[in-house]
Design a protein around this ligand. Structure first.
Ligand code: GDP
Length: 477
């Protein structure tokens, strides 16, 4: 969409002549009623030191994000935890076992409904929210959509199996998101259990547990027998104290869609996790490109609620359409506003669908350069361990004081959707050495504009990366 100089000035709360002057400085001669394209408008906005946001978007979404809360209004809130780890190491079993530690279970019949997350209340009154879709796919997909809802990752490692490829993936996904990890060494009831081996293997991934002088908490558990679940919960609460998690409960709610579906007889149903504020029956809200009015709130115990506060997961009825997992939601002042945002975002979705294209290495890099990033994030996949290691150590040597490579994840194997979601969430590129991307990965790369480069010669790969990073050094003209 185009915008006139006058409108642009108004939206920035600047004087029109100042905008015209700024345009002149950029070599653009404009009058007050002249329309500017989006790119030019964005340059002007940046020139004035305002937020880098498409102006039309800023207009529609302003007020949605709202002001920062005053420190005095903040109250501590429950941590939000995601369980990750290798397949069969016991993620689902652990989530089931933790669910049973809820002390209000007795009165209300327990946590029975699957709404994508549940909150347990502990004996001392503390609460912990668990996202009950385990795995790093869901975690990273949420993050990619801008929804960094997880405060703490519980990494499940089976004591009889040790660190496996998906454990490493999970570690790297959590690290890329800068979310602290607590290790649950599971299956300690098994005869072959060797927790010490797990701790040693963790060292190789720079996770140093407390017993070895580091600051990563680890807890030996058995999901099957319910051993040490209280210790795990204590570790989570300790970590959450360190994080000083707080939110203002007394404001319009916003947060994230964790699941959404169309249900026969109930219409569109979404599970929401409130980030801050309190969501109430009757509130008008937008969720992604959809909107609704809260008709009912239902918790994981199947009970109807009047309201839901920070870190509380809740199922909401009353949406007009079905949003996507990872979409944000926010309460707005009235229905007209909700419809306006809904229409704007629907339009944006339509245009995005027709313009999506795979990104090139150069375009990814120039995006990074635009942000003046100092790190160039890379995911490396290769056919054998030796070449992956050689590539990583070479990548770590190139770069300069302005920018250097940051290898988010490096592993043996073909390029999968998980690699693409990780790359997309961190705006990284993917380098394939003698391996290819599978169909799902290619589709995901296309949808998300992630660049995948294939190489058969290590020298070529390093040369390309060195050249890209040297471009960063080129004097500006
Ligand atoms: P996920 O793939 O990580 O979700 O793993 P599951 O929770 O499905 O568990 C995989 C298998 O390990 C199942 O057969 C579980 O019964 C078993 N399992 C999970 N936790 C334990 C445990 O603490 N001890 C033992 N002995 N078995 C477990």
């Amino acid at each position: 969409e185009a915008i006139t100089v006058q409108e642009l000035a108004q939206r920035m709360a600047e004087k029109a002549p100042a905008v015209i002057k700024a345009l002149m400085g950029m070599g653009v001669m404009a009058t007050i009623n002249q329309t500017l394209d989006q790119d030019t408008a964005q340059l002007v906005v940046e020139e004035f030191g305002h937020k880098v946001k498409r102006v039309s978007e800023a207009d529609v979404e302003e007020g949605l994000i709202g002001d920062e809360d005053d420190a005095g209004d903040l109250r501590s809130r429950a941590p939000v935890v995601t369980v990750m780890g290798h397949v069969d190491h016991g993620k689902t079993s652990l989530l089931d076992a933790l669910r049973k530690t809820d002390v209000v279970a007795g009165e209300a019949g327990g946590i029975t409904q699957h709404i994508g997350a549940y909150q347990v209340q502990l004996g001392d009154g503390n609460k912990i929210t668990f996202l009950d879709t385990p795995g790093h796919e869901a975690f990273t997909q949420m993050r990619q959509r801008g929804a960094g809802v997880t405060d703490i990752v519980v990494l499940v490692v089976a004591a009889d199996d040790g660190i496996m490829p998906q454990t490493v993936e999970a570690i790297n996904h959590a690290k890329a998101a800068e979310v602290p990890i607590i290790v649950a060494i599971n299956k300690i009831d098994k005869p072959g259990a060797d927790p010490t081996r797990v701790r040693n293997e963790l060292l190789q991934h720079e996770l140093v547990v407390e017993a070895m002088g580091g600051d990563i908490q680890d807890v030996e558990v058995s999901a099957l027998q319910g051993t040490n679940l209280d210790k795990l919960e204590e570790a989570i609460l300790l970590q959450s104290e360190l994080l000083e998690l707080k939110a203002n409960p007394d404001r319009n709610a916003d947060g994230v869609v964790i699941e959404a579906k169309l249900e026969r007889g109930r219409g569109p149903v979404a599970s929401l996790l409130v980030r801050r504020g309190t969501l109430k029956v009757g509130d008008v809200f937008v969720a992604g490109a959809e909107w609704g009015r809260v008709r009912a709130l239902v918790d994981e115990r199947g009970q109807q609620l009047k309201s839901a506060g920070p870190a509380q997961p809740v199922e909401v009825l009353g949406l007009q359409g079905t949003p996507s997992a990872g979409d944000d939601f926010a309460v707005v002042e009235n229905e007209a506003r909700a419809r306006e945002i809904h229409e704007y975002r629907q339009e944006k979705l339509r245009s995005k669908r027709t313009t999506a294209a795979p990104a090139s290495l150069e375009s990814m890099f120039s995006a990074i350069r635009e942000k003046q990033a100092t790190e160039f994030p890379i995911v490396v996949k290769g056919d054998v361990q030796g070449s992956v290691e050689a590539i990583v150590s070479s990548l770590e040597k190139i770069g300069n004081e302005d920018i250097r490579a940051r290898v988010l994840h490096a592993a043996v194997g073909g390029i999968t959707e998980s690699d693409v979601t990780l790359a997309a969430a961190s705006e990284a590129i993917i380098l394939g050495f003698n391996v290819r991307a599978n169909k799902q990965a290619r589709d995901a790369a296309e949808q998300n504009g992630v660049a995948i480069q294939y190489y058969a010669v290590i020298y070529d790969l390093i040369d390309d990366m060195r050249e890209l990073m040297a471009g960063q050094l080129a004097p500006e003209v």
